[in-house]
Design a protein. Sequence first.
Length: 193
Amino acid sequence: MVGPSLNTAIKPTATTIKFLCSYGGKILPRFPDRKLRYLGGETRVLAVDRSISFSELLLKLGELCGTTVSLRCQLPSEDLDALVSITSDEDLSNLIKEYDKATSPPSSLKIRAFLSPPKPTRKSISSPLPPPIPNYSTSSSKSSSCSTSSLSPSHTPTGTTSRFSAPASDVCLCQISPPVAPFGTGIVEALFD
């Protein structure tokens, strides 16, 4: 027979690790037992050299799903409610060691990874506020950098005010939190915060 046999060609080496990467779905509780499961999205296998750096791994993961990602992994003895964020070479090395302890033989190492859009950095959080929202109300005579007249109460016909006590100029729409990214909802945000 010419060339290697089929068994040796498929057999992974101890220098390769596999990431079972899921992205675009949600972590939700299963109906009967409330155990967390990943539903929807895509799941792909990425085989990389064991000596890969964290930055190289992030590049490959980004190529896999077509965008920059943050990486969270499931430890071998944990459920999906205790995902670990991997943010450095040291984190990646520790993760591989944990899987090595739990996996025998090491050549069958498969790390369960969950990819999500990266969180904004502290620098982007401290950036200036977005431009003010235009004031479309004609009932407000005050000029403000943010429109609030539609949120502020007016006096009722009986002369009382509604339950909101702050005047229009003290409440700003710019202080309202931005909507959560459509990547996931509910339990997913709690796990990734």
